[in-house]
Design a protein. Structure first.
Length: 95
C-alpha cells in the first residue's frame, strides 16, 4: 500500500527557500518517491500553513526509510532553519 509524507509549512527565510528543492531531488530519486504536490496552499477551512509538499512512496516502509535516512535528516536541519510547520506520514486510503 502506498504512503505519503506531507510537509505543511510557512517560509520564514525567503532568501534561502530555493535551496531545499535541488537538495531534495537526489533523495527523492534514491527512494523512488514521486512529488505529488509542491506549491502554495489555498486554505478552504480551518488553520494551515501556506505551503505544502507531498511525496508518494510505494510503501510505509519506503517512506520511513526516506524520512529516517541521513540525507533527509540533514535536509530537515535546513528546512527547520528556514520554515516553520510540520511533517506527517499517512497511508494511502483504499476502499
Amino acid at each position: 500500500m502506498s504512503a505519503y509524507i506531507i510537509y505543511n509549512y510557512n517560509i520564514t527565510n525567503t532568501e534561502r527557500i530555493n535551496e531545499l528543492g535541488p537538495l531534495s531531488l537526489k533523495i527523492i530519486k534514491k527512494y523512488s518517491a514521486q512529488i505529488v504536490v509542491a506549491s502554495a496552499t489555498q486554505i478552504l477551512e480551518g488553520s494551515a500553513y501556506s505551503n505544502m509538499v507531498m511525496y508518494k512512496f510505494k510503501s510505509m516502509d519506503d517512506a520511513k526509510a526516506f524520512y529516517n535516512c541521513f540525507e533527509s535528516k540533514e535536509l530537515s536541519k535546513l528546512r527547520n532553519e528556514i520554515t516553520e510547520g510540520f511533517a506527517v506520514l499517512v497511508p494511502e486510503y483504499k476502499i
